[in-house]
Ligand binder design. Structure first.
Ligand SMILES: [Zn+2]
Length: 325
């Protein structure tokens, strides 16, 4: 064994310093029964945020939403779709982020520029809700989860969602920054997700078999958290925001910094790209859904129906004759 930093697991090898922008790196810390993913977004979110010229505060919150979406959506099956959506009463009153497995990402935010000037920097969303919709393809049911937004931010809202929905114990970290690159200022985002997945057995049963007439939530609170999970969360809490967005700190190096003591195994990185799902046919189908009268109202001075995609800003013009008018 050399003194070089190594990743553990069956394919143990030295830590790579190669940048892995616009990708998600799945990993496991077997010793702590933890699995997770690191997302590092560079050009993909710089293009998405830059295309709309969002003010900084909007770009920041949408960047967090993009990182969160990539962390949650990148585990879907090949034809799965994941959508994050917020509706709230703040200066940014709507965010929509779509992840189409395996790699397509698109997003937009709706905001009130005037209200943004007075909005508290830490809370541009205000009160409302955050919803996650999972569509695993043709044969699977659609699933939606919702959590209240009350000024706590997306990271904390995600934690509340996982607590409420009684899913796997989960920890999430998100960071967004605009940094100087060779070609000017560029947006970057990073995220880390940790999930506690003890292999069957004792640690889970302990909670389920707890006797008594108490309501379930107080039983759960009475069972102390597993030591491995407490340790994993403490390690994740040491990540600094700047580490998550640092373009010269590779995801592997970041994971090694956090988990070199218990040992960390990484799996194949999954690429992510800025790509919308809109199409000429899709927009035509949407327009056919309107009444002839509504379509007449859409005709512009040039005699055409113009439609701009909210996500990717692609402009398309259609001749009303295409709809038999
Ligand atoms: Zn589009």
């Amino acid at each position: 064994m050399s003194g070089e930093p190594h990743l553990s697991g069956p394919r143990s090898r030295p830590v790579s310093d190669l940048g892995q922008d616009d990708s998600v790196l799945p990993f496991a810390v077997e010793e702590l029964d933890v699995r997770g993913r690191v997302a590092r977004l560079g050009a993909s979110i710089d293009q998405i945020l830059g295309r709309h010229s969002y003010p900084g505060a909007v770009a920041r919150v949408l960047g967090e939403a993009l990182a969160l979406t990539v962390l949650l959506g990148s585990s879907l099956k090949i034809d799965g779709r994941f959508q994050l959506q917020t509706r709230s009463d703040g200066a940014v009153d709507m965010i929509v982020v779509d992840f189409d497995a395996p790699d397509r990402l698109r997003a937009f935010a709706r905001f009130d520029a005037e209200r943004l000037l007075d909005a508290p920097r830490a809370d541009v969303l205000g009160r409302g809700h955050l919803a996650f919709t999972v569509d695993q393809g043709r044969d699977a049911a659609r699933y939606q989860g919702v959590v209240a937004l009350e000024g706590q931010g997306l990271e904390e809202a995600a934690h509340q969602y996982f607590r409420q929905s009684e899913q796997i114990p989960t920890r999430i970290r998100l960071a967004v920054a605009q940094i100087v690159t060779a070609s000017g200022l560029g947006w970057r985002a990073g995220g880390l997700m940790l999930q506690f997945l003890p292999a069957g057995g004792e640690r889970r049963r302990q909670v389920d078999l707890c006797p008594g007439e108490e309501p379930q939530h107080s039983i759960r609170e009475a069972v102390p958290e597993d030591g491995a999970w407490v340790e994993a969360k403490a390690l994740a809490a040491t990540i600094e925001d700047h580490e998550l967005v640092d373009p010269v700190l590779s995801s592997e190096r970041l994971l090694y910094r956090l988990f070199h003591e218990p040992g960390v195994t990484v799996f194949a990185p999954q690429p992510v790209r800025d790509a919308c799902r809109c199409s000429d046919d899709g927009v035509k189908t949407m327009l056919r859904g309107f009444s002839a009268e509504d379509r007449r109202d859409m005709v512009g001075d040039d005699g055409m129906i113009g439609v701009t995609c909210e996500f990717c800003s692609t402009f398309r013009a259609f001749d009303p004759k295409e709809f038999g008018e």
